[in-house]
Design a protein around this ligand. Sequence first.
Ligand code: FAD
Length: 561
Amino acid sequence: MAAKRTILWFRKGLRVHDNPALVKACEGASAVQPVFVLDPWFIKPERVGANRLRFLLESLTDLDASLRARGSSLLVLHGDPARVIPAALEAWRCDRLCYEFDTEPYAQKRDASVNEAARALGVEVHAPVSHTLWDLDRLLAKCPRGEPPTAYASFLKIAHGVGPVPPVAPDVPSITPLSDGDALSDGKDLVDALRDVVTGSGIPSLERLGYEPIKAGEGFPARGGETEGLARLRKMLARTTYIAEFKKPQTNPTELWTPVLGKEGKVKGAPPANPFEAAKKSSKEPKSTQLAEAFMAPATTALSPYLKFGCVSPRTFWHELRAVLDVELGGKHSKPPESLEGQLLWREFYYLAGYGTPNYDRMAGNRICRQIPWTWDEERLAAWEESRTGFPWIDACMMQLKQEGWMHHLARHAVACFLTRGDLFVHWEAGAAVFDRELVDADWALNNGNWMWLSCSCFFYQYFRVYGPVSFGKKYDKEGAYIRKYLPQLKDMPAKYIYEPWTAPIEVQRKAGCVVGVDYPAPIVDHAVASKECIEKIAAAYNAHKNGTAGSIVAAGKKRK
Ligand code: FAD
């Protein structure tokens, strides 16, 4: 068999560990060129928030360093991937293309067009699965009528039916770059050969992409990339008690990112800029080995952005977690759906639902989605998005999203319920679009699936169980430290009023330097009234669904462009 000249196309899967596409690319290859195509269509502040973009750029820088350690490097090209990849295959005279299989509709369409162009050039295409635990086509084949289940328990049965999670791919210690002994002798030439389809190359800065820079110490609190992601995974796995006891509904959504020390300990108090300094000041007198392991973390793992971009392989996470659960903990630990293992299975559950459901990201034409007469009320949507609802707990969560691009799962529950079935009756698609722009971990399958869940459009149907926009956060954080951090205008409000400042006597509001209606908005709705109205409307929609009279519903107002 003749040696292959291969393009290894990175999209997600920004890692060198457990990367079957990388393994395949190197198999019998004379040369391999790793490429990432930065599509200017995506890179706009109205589509992708600065936190996610910074995370991506950090991840590309880290990937480049890992490839360099293997004798190669990452070539970042700017342009439309559907044009750039076929052009590169031709110009660089490649006969093989390898990439990680992607189940999202946008990617499926793009990849189908690239595959067709590759075939026309006589190029072999390999797209192994490694973004999910299992090959979703194998799971789909086990689903009755090929339709993914909308209940977790049914999903588990299907997953168990396909056998264990496949093992991770072996490491690749060295990669022969395309430029070796080649007519296209350096990176510049490779780019020059594509001058008709690329608008630039290299890893740009946020500013060069038209974004405001994020100040040091601000934004998402951890660095992007495989190196950081694996380090965080392994430090988390060393906390065996944490893992054994992990029950998602019992984790605290108001817990700020704080330094975690060594095996288990957490430094008390407000999160400092530097966890090592905090560790030194801690009364626990941590040992130097613990200091070396200190990292900032919230109540859950915060590995979602690393999984989203594939900096951490879900199979690596799964197998290393299972080793701790089975070997170190001897099977004594929390269980799915609440356990950590259960969280990875939720991820798989939504991936399968997204893969096997046409129009999964919208209400219209979506077989699993209840038809509910939501509105596109722009005023309400903007108040929610801009932390102006007048409910400090909701506004603080949305401010964390805006500033850091991340929120705890239950904070996501609170704001999603509030926007849709809880209070404002705004379409879940509008909320999902805001999350899709702002979240560092924005993930098509998980985001749309969870929005359907929270709006009682699918998966969860107890629409009469509404989160209180006052009581929910208070349960976890009586003093309101979380609100004070994200809404500094309320920082001096007495704890008694911090969740309902409009109930504070005017003298108290003045003394706290925050007068409702002047320094902070009055509540956008009366929760008791609004939630009752929402429940009635959803009850009517559910009845129509039951009677088969739901038809397709057009939401009131105009959808945002
Ligand atoms: P952990 O609790 O540590 O869980 C580990 C991993 O399991 C997560 O990183 C994630 O990959 C997976 N996981 C955990 N919870 C869920 C869940 N409910 N559904 C699917 N997978 C899960 N998560 C995203 O990654 N991207 C999104 O765009 C996203 N949008 C959401 C929108 C709404 C309205 C809601 C309610 C949840 C959304 N989630 C999304 C799911 C969940 O909130 C996050 O995955 C989780 O909070 C990330 O934090 P973590 O990594 O600390 O989670």
